[in-house]
Ligand binder design. Structure first.
Ligand code: ASP
Length: 605
């Protein structure tokens, strides 16, 4: 090795020893005579001192050093002079008095400061120079933690008898509801491989193969419309087990995440056991299937109270089959007109027709509430008894403000849940160290697609209906509850899974509900259906996303910051400039003709 110790690992115990270091010049300070260099490698920084009195022959070299040059330094470890120790640095008690120095490589001036953690560097520039961006401490720390997290998961599962099995990247469509990425075949003109949207069918085939407990850190490819928290490829811990029921999978995942956080993120805390709720309960209390449980703000259904009021906005919605729902914003009775108007606009931007606010401005007991203690545009349409009933239902007290949305269930829930998260963050209700995991179970198997006028799988096509629910498959698909479960944390969906179908007949019926023709089923899924006919065991699994998990663990809100080489939001890689055009002879080999003359400008962010 070109070094005997890492820069970040030199400590007081090494004082008087000679060490050889190698790393990057992080910072250089010339004190007219003494030159100080912070030398950086993966493990951290150490201060190197060039003293012309001790080592005159290397001083010229020291003077020539610039940021990001790669150097090798040999010197002896000394205690820093009194008063110059740096308690914020692991190596802050010592410095290395340079005796020899060698420049291993020079560096151009980087396009941004490696020691700038302000977060103000343009992201496209960071991505174009990702190899420099990854040198920055926050990015380096994330990569290191990601490695540790994946390693922990691997060890945990291996210790419990799981086999890590690789599955192909060049395969046929394995749908998860997105578009496939296709790879043209040179050997079979006009034919294509598809990149897996997940190894779903493959892991089920592994269960049919008798693997019993499988996992893989799997890359999944989905050609979806761009969204801030999406990448064309993402990494999942893909996992499948035979002879299991819901609890077996959920308990395993709960233990995995609990241990992982205890071990790698001891400053974080979690609620145990992980709360479990059904999809129906989650929608009722939080208006979403991925509730942020770091704060309460539970919602209450007010439809029955609203139906009896003289307030047209409420009664008309109640009469037309919509819902009226609300929650309390604690301590917000004093919100100004401007603030409430802001909330109304916010609710509208999430699809609500409007937002009714009732500020309980009075003091004292709710039972003593009078009209004077209420501020609301709806006040004159509501009796004091109705306001009290609404306040009781939402557990509001004088001093609080009640936020109510009325309308079709879907948009009302959507707007209210966005508003709930917004209030949670405005009121700073979330403990930043809490990771609020929860399991949401019992999802409907299908959801109705208004536009396409067909049933879609809520999750994917392979999930088992709950006991007895297969009876409604043909007659009332919307009523079928699946043996489905999600893991959520801090309002993010971290994993989806299910107990799977393992019989050909049932699987064909589910495909039938989804509107697949016999030919389509044969073409896409025959391999799985055939496997079911040869003694496939009951099985189930789950697939937690690693990128999302890292976002929650590191508290970052940009998915690109937890991936070493991400794509931009529009699926572009600025470092390699991918996707890109290819040479004509390559296309010819692949039997491909570009029909559009204009391949467009080079894509960017
Ligand atoms: N394959 C599923 C997905 O990618 C996860 C699962 O059901 O195990 O979401």
């Amino acid at each position: 090795m070109l070094k005997t110790i890492s820069c970040g690992e030199v400590r007081a115990e090494h004082i008087a020893k000679t060490v050889t270091l190698a790393g990057w010049v992080h910072r250089r300070r010339d004190h007219g005579g003494l030159i100080f260099i912070d030398l950086r490698d993966r493990e951290g920084l150490v201060q190197v001192v060039f003293n012309p009195d001790n080592a005159p022959d290397i001083h010229a070299t020291a003077e020539s050093l610039r940021n990001e040059w790669v150097v090798q330094v040999t010197g002896s470890v000394t205690a820093r002079p009194d008063g110059t120790e740096n308690p914020n640095l692991a190596t802050g008690a010592i410095e290395v008095a340079a005796e020899r120095v060698k420049v291993l490589n020079e560096s151009k001036t980087p396009p941004f400061y490696i020691n700038d953690e302000s977060g103000e560097v343009d992201e496209l520039l960071r991505m174009k120079y990702r190899f420099l961006d990854l040198r920055r401490q926050s990015m380096r720390d994330t990569i290191i933690m990601r490695h540790k997290v994946v390693r922990f998961i691997r060890d945990f599962l291996c210790d419990r008898g799981f086999l890590e099995v690789e599955t192909p990247i060049l395969i046929k469509s394995t749908p998860e509801g997105a578009r496939d990425y296709l790879v043209p075949s040179r050997l079979y003109p006009g034919r294509f491989y598809a990149l897996p949207q997940s190894p779903q069918q493959l892991k089920q085939l592994l269960m049919a193969a008798g693997v019993e407990k499988y996992f893989q850190i799997a890359r999944c490819f989905r050609d979806e419309d761009p969204r801030a928290d999406r990448q064309p490829e993402h990494t999942q811990l893909d996992l499948e087990m035979s002879f299991v029921e819901e609890d077996d999978v959920l308990n395993l995942i709960e233990e995995l995440y609990t241990r992982l956080i205890e071990t790698l993120y001891p400053d974080k805390w979690i609620m145990r056991p992980f709360p479990r709720m059904t999809y129906a309960e989650a929608m009722a209390s939080y208006g979403t299937d991925k509730p942020d449980l770091r704060f309460d703000l539970d919602m209450a259904d007010l439809t029955d109270i609203a139906a009896d009021t003289d307030f047209r906005v409420f009664s008309a919605v109640a009469a037309s089959g919509g819902i009226v729902k609300g929650f309390k914003a604690p301590g917000c009775a004093s919100y100004t007109r401007r603030q409430t108007d802001g909330l109304i606009e916010f609710a509208k931007s999430y699809g609500a027709q409007g937002l009714v606010t009732i500020a309980l401005t009075g003091e004292g007991d709710l039972d003593d509430l009078t009209q004077d203690g209420i501020r609301s545009a709806a006040a004159r349409f509501l009796t004091i008894e109705q306001v009290k009933a609404i306040a009781h239902r939402t557990e509001a007290e004088p001093g609080d403000m009640i936020l109510i949305v009325a309308g079709p269930a879907k948009t009302t829930n959507q707007a209210l849940s966005a508003l709930r998260n917004e209030m949670g963050s405005r009121l700073e209700l979330a403990d930043p160290n809490l990771i609020a995991f929860a399991f949401v179970t019992d999802f409907p198997l299908f959801e109705w697609d208004e536009d396409a006028e067909r049933w879609n799988a809520m999750h994917h096509a392979f999930s088992m209906p709950k006991d007895g629910h297969d009876a409604f498959l043909e007659s009332d698909p919307g009523k079928v509850i699946g043996r489905l479960y999600d893991l959520v944390a801090n309002g993010e969906e971290l994993a989806s899974g299910s107990i799977r179908i393992h019989s050909r007949e049932l699987q064909e019926r589910v495909f039938g509900v989804l509107g697949y023709t016999k030919e389509q089923v044969a073409e896409r899924f025959e391999q799985l259906l055939t496997a079911f006919e040869y003694g496939a065991p009951p099985h189930g699994g789950i697939a937690p996303g690693i990128d999302r998990l890292m976002m929650v663990l590191t508290g970052r809100d940009n998915i690109r910051d937890v991936i070493a080489f991400p794509k931009t939001q529009s699926g572009f890689d600025p470092l390699f400039e991918a996707p890109n055009i290819v040479e004509q002879n390559h296309l010819d080999e692949l039997h491909i003709r570009i029909t559009d003359d204009d391949t467009g400008d080079s894509p960017t962010i």
